[in-house]
Design a protein around this ligand. Structure first.
Ligand SMILES: [Zn+2]
Length: 112
């Protein structure tokens, strides 16, 4: 009997999966979790490509509960980006739109 190669059997950490499943279910989306994960993964590739292109301008550090910090080499500025009550905040531009927020929000590792 030939093997069905239509789908892959992806192995993930059970604890992480269960945490993700719980948060995903809260969103009540009309999409399976697996399909959603693949959509997010493809989107993440685009985002990662963007951030790799921007690495000549920014050096980034993950501050855990305090968001991201990065050095803007173009403007010689040290910037902190974080989520405050669901709104992106930049230590330089406050709540105004800026390249720093775009860079942080496009980075797949940024989670607030
Ligand atoms: Zn900014």
């Amino acid at each position: 009997m030939p093997r069905d190669r239509t789908y892959s059997n992806l192995t993930v950490n059970r604890s992480d999966y269960e945490k993700l499943r719980k948060e995903y279910d809260k969103l009540k989306l009309d999409q399976s979790l697996n399909t959603w994960i693949m959509d997010i993964a493809f989107s993440g590739l685009v985002r990662q490509s963007y951030t790799l292109d921007m690495e000549e301008r920014f050096i980034m550090a993950d501050l855990k509960d305090e968001g991201f910090a990065f050095l803007d080499k173009k403007n010689k500025e040290l910037v902190q980006i974080k989520l405050e009550k669901g709104v992106l905040y930049c230590s330089i531009h406050k709540n105004e739109p800026c390249d720093h927020k775009i860079f942080a929000s496009m980075n797949p590792k940024f989670n607030g």
